[in-house]
Design a protein around this ligand. Structure first.
Ligand SMILES: NC(=O)c1ccc[n+]([C@@H]2O[C@H](COP(=O)([O-])OP(=O)(O)OC[C@H]3O[C@@H](n4cnc5c(N)ncnc54)[C@H](O)[C@@H]3O)[C@@H](O)[C@H]2O)c1
Ligand SMILES: [Zn+2]
Length: 388
């Protein structure tokens, strides 16, 4: 096992010979030998440090690894209706062989499960089954399951430990690390929640092999975002998925370690591409674009704004756009999504503080900063530019 402390690991790229090529978009999902490779990133938080292990096939070892974090026997395994049939039995078998008594709780797949109602339902099932504060919760699924189950763990008996086993790219490189948990309110996304860090994160790149093609590519928007704000060299290493996941976790971990509660401005850099991207996502009507697809448009606009306002080299903006295109992500905004709707949606955004826009720009690839100097007109011009 190799240890990578938060930061960009110099040795994150395993030897190509460790992998066999898998026929999904040329990405390697498995090592040749099941034994060989764990990449471990430590999330160095003062109060609650934890480890993220990235390893193809680690799902089958989750029991022994969760066991190292707790002596308890009761375990609630929360998953969704897509992920459960694919992976819950493997997780359960491993957990049971490590001595856990496991209750599998399945929520309907999709964003609508991130609700107070669903959180209450999961809590009810756990109360009914006799779970108390000594139970451990395991979240097996994408960001929806992770955010919902993490929130349940945050409030159940005023907080129980939980483990994330993320199964989408977004969840592996972003949402499972950092302790932001929560659900949506009728008035807006992610309005109800709590910071509650997991005790352990187990990312199995093998599980990404069952993602539908569109959901698979969507996740690369966040990876390209990380590359743009922190690690442009990563753009040359897209073919090696386990290493790529580890590298992205290291970026997220490093940011979270410095700015756990989003009070120091660093975590705000993760919003790169998201101001306009969220506006487009909402204006298009939720469901038309996957989140990452809308963020792709937001990233393209933010790069062009960076060229005009922060000195980003045009070739570097182009490099980001080419990476997005290579991942089958959109770069052109259709005419039937009016700019006025996008602006109206953006005005509801938390980042539009009393009319003042907090916007993340790049001076260069890897060098991001927050500015308050942009005006709505600047954004309008760039949104229009996406139609060209
Ligand atoms: N907490 C954070 O810091 C944070 C960060 C980013 C996003 N998020 C949240 O994450 C959510 C989005 O997460 P997501 O993109 O993972 O969506 P998701 O959890 O809805 O998963 C996408 C779809 O893929 C299915 N799926 C998941 N894993 C699969 C697999 N391995 N094989 C086949 N199908 C699989 C799911 O059932 C779902 O239908 C949003 O609610 C967003 O707000 C949270
Ligand atoms: Zn995002």
């Amino acid at each position: 096992m190799r240890a990578i402390v938060a930061g960009i690991p110099a040795n994150a790229k395993p030897k190509i010979s460790d992998f066999r090529v898998r026929a999904r978009a040329g990405f390697r999902l498995y090592p040749r030998e099941k034994t060989s490779m764990t990449m471990t990133i430590s999330v160095a938080l003062e109060r609650s440090p934890y480890l993220v292990h990235v390893e193809p096939g680690i799902l089958d070892r989750c029991g022994e690894l969760v066991r190292k974090t707790t002596a308890t026997t009761r375990c609630a395994l929360v998953t969704d209706s897509n992920v459960g049939p694919l992976y819950a039995e493997r997780a359960r078998t491993s957990l049971e062989s490590a001595g856990f008594v496991v209750d599998v709780i399945t929520v309907p797949a999709g964003e609508s499960s991130k609700s107070m109602d669903e959180a209450a339902r999961v809590c009810d099932v756990m109360i009914e089954a006799g779970h108390d504060r000594s139970s451990v919760l395991v979240a097996l699924g994408g960001g929806v399951v992770g955010d919902l189950a993490g929130f349940v763990a945050a409030i159940y008996y005023r907080g129980i430990p939980y483990v994330q086993i993320p199964t989408t790219i977004v969840a592996q490189v972003d949402s499972s690390v950092g302790g932001k948990t929560g659900v949506n309110a009728p008035g807006g996304k992610n309005l109800l929640g709590a910071f509650h860090q997991p005790g352990l994160v187990l990312a199995d790149p093998e599980t990404l092999g069952s993602l539908p093609r569109r959901e698979f590519h969507e996740g690369f928007a966040e990876i390209i975002k990380h590359a743009a704000i922190r690690d442009p060299e990563m753009l040359d290493h897209f073919d090696d998925l386990p290493a790529l996941v580890a590298r992205n976790v290291a970026i997220k971990a490093a940011i979270v370690a410095v700015d756990e509660f989003e009070t120091k401005g660093l975590r705000a850099l993760l919003n790169f591409g998201h101001t306009i991207g969220h506006g487009i996502e909402a204006a298009a009507g939720y469901g038309r674009y996957l989140h990452g697809e809308a963020i792709s448009l937001g990233l393209a606009a933010a790069c062009r704004l960076s060229v005009k306002n922060a000195g980003l080299a045009p070739d570097d903006a182009l490099r980001i756009e080419q990476a997005l295109a290579a991942c089958e992500l959109p770069l052109r905004l259709p005419d039937d999504i009016p700019t006025s709707d996008i602006l109206a949606a953006m005005r509801k955004d938390k980042k539009f503080h009393s009319g003042q826009i907090r916007f993340v720009l790049l001076r260069a690839l890897g060098d991001a900063f927050v500015t308050r100097d942009l005006h709505e007109d600047d954004l309008v011009a760039e949104i229009e530019g996406l139609r060209a």
